[in-house]
Design a protein around this ligand. Structure first.
Ligand code: SAH
Ligand code: ZN
Ligand code: ZN
Ligand code: ZN
Ligand code: ZN
Length: 453
């Protein structure tokens, strides 16, 4: 970006960054309004505040940078606007919808998908993609599961796509149907959206509808404007402007008593406060669709996120509870193989629905704790002292009388640190809390929550 791009090189060196949140009047990059950050050291703000891209943590993906107090000339502003315009996708959503209509009219032999450009090709375009790898004979079934056709985005730090394993996706869908929901706002859950869409087109009596909000614009090739909005969940930005916002608003309006639930599975790069701020705006949108108001009720929500973010999520949404259900993925880096050979996923469902209503499958080892009034993992024992089923990772935890709480089975009480931790640790203390778990004594890179031991 004109001068701004060059300025990026002069920005603060990467370290612990604190998000100061979406600021009114923030400048925009191609991903919508930038977020305000500050570098911190020992928990204190250090140096000038600056704006950076909300969506890309990696400078390689978007190098937008501007000091908060920087004076930006008219010329540079104009150049920036032009840069932002030029960095939008080559086809608009409308164009992609028209292209799709033409594509499905083609005989199988003429249906090609360019793997390099991640794009459905019309015969007139074959020429320009002639030295690209492509797939042929794209079937209707393939068009109905774009998440299988598209490469999962993997290269980017915060934009990695981890797709639900079929079992977990089925479970989520059945759960929300059993709970009586008929509309799903799918925020960053393309595979759930796809499962709903494809059932709706195949089964007459299936009456669930879904709207996908995602930053991955490739999905606009497969869904109409009523089914997909290009959206950035870190700054609540609708790339399609007011029309897209209105689509979302309409979807949230619970016509004919069709209840809505929002399901989201964000990338966990650490911007919990940015996500929470956007989700609160989506909740407000829902609340405003009802003239009589929702009696201060919250829009029902499933926020799918690793268990070690529990305290961060509860900071922003005190009404939420973490469920024991382990969400499984097809391609997840954080997988560990448990004793049973089953993959142990650290990812859970956080919800503002009453825990006792979230029925977890007994055939997968979950049981109902009558004291806690919720389903728990089979290994999660009810602790009489805590008076709760305390395990977070599914293994049996042990109670420490000194810490007055249950801890991981592999932890020991360290009298130096005055808390339980891994036996191998350095007793040095830092004042600032860990970015991941909020506890003192270690930095994010050494967070015991991140290791399954
Ligand atoms: N498990 C889900 C996918 C989760 S991966 C499923 O199977 O459906 C995270 C999703 O969030 C991806 O679809 C990704 O494109 C999307 N995403 C990443 N950054 C985003 C952002 N800033 N705004 C909106 N969506 C984003
Ligand atoms: Zn191509
Ligand atoms: Zn219990
Ligand atoms: Zn202890
Ligand atoms: Zn930690």
């Amino acid at each position: 970006e004109g001068g701004g791009a060059m300025a990026a090189a002069e920005g603060p060196a990467p370290g612990e960054l604190a998000l100061l949140g979406p600021a009114p009047g923030a400048p925009s990059c191609p991903h919508g309004p930038a977020l305000l950050f500050v570098k911190t050291s020992q928990g204190k703000e250090e140096g000038r505040r600056f704006y950076a891209c909300s969506a890309c943590r990696d400078r390689k993906d978007c190098n937008f940078f501007q000091w908060e107090d920087e004076k930006v000339s008219e010329t540079r502003l104009a150049a920036r606007e032009e840069y932002n315009r030029n960095h939008q996708p080559s086809f608009t959503h409308r164009q992609n919808v028209d292209r799709y209509k033409n594509f499905v009219l083609l005989p199988l032999s003429k249906r090609r998908f360019c793997q390099e450009c991640q794009q459905l090709l019309l015969p007139a375009e074959w020429e320009t993609h002639s030295d690209h790898q492509f797939l042929c004979d794209i079937t209707t079934a393939q068009l109905k599961s774009p998440s299988q056709l598209l490469y999962p985005l993997e290269n980017k730090k915060t934009n990695a796509q981890y797709l639900f394993a079929d079992r977990s996706c089925q479970f989520l869908l059945n759960l929300l149907i059993d709970l009586g929901f008929r509309r799903v706002l799918s925020v960053g859950t393309p595979r759930l959206h796809e499962m709903i869409q494809s059932k709706a087109s195949q089964e007459e009596e299936f009456s669930v509808r879904s709207l996908l909000l995602d930053i991955d614009f490739r999905y606009s090739q497969f869904y109409t404007e009523d089914e997909f909005c290009h959206y950035n969940m870190f700054n609540h930005h609708f790339f399609g402007g007011e029309a897209a916002r209105e689509t979302c608003r309409k979807f949230l309006f619970e016509e004919n008593g069709e209840r809505v639930i929002m399901v989201t599975d964000p990338p966990f790069g650490g911007l919990v406060e940015a996500l929470a701020s956007s989700f609160k705006k989506l909740m407000a949108m829902w609340r405003e669709t009802k003239k009589e108001g929702h009696d201060n009720k919250e829009m029902p929500m499933f926020w799918i996120f690793p268990y070690f973010f529990e305290s961060r999520i509860l900071d922003f949404f005190p009404s939420f509870n973490m469920m024991d259900y382990q969400v499984d993925y097809d391609n997840h880096a954080l997988y560990k193989h448990g004793k049973t050979g089953r993959r142990q996923s650290p990812v859970r469902i956080f919800t503002n629905l009453t825990p006792s209503m979230i029925v977890l499958p007994e055939e997968e080892g979950y049981r109902f704790c009558t004291v806690c009034q919720r389903y728990v993992s089979s290994g999660n024992q009810h602790c009489e002292i805590c008076n709760s089923c305390t395990s977070k990772d599914g293994r049996r935890w042990k109670h420490c009388v000194l810490c007055k709480k249950c801890v991981k089975p592999s932890w020991f009480h360290c009298n130096n640190c005055n808390c339980c931790t891994l036996q191998k640790h350095s007793c040095e203390k830092t004042d600032v809390g860990c970015f991941v778990c909020g506890k003192a004594g270690h930095k994010r890179s050494a967070c015991p929550s991140l290791s399954c031991s």
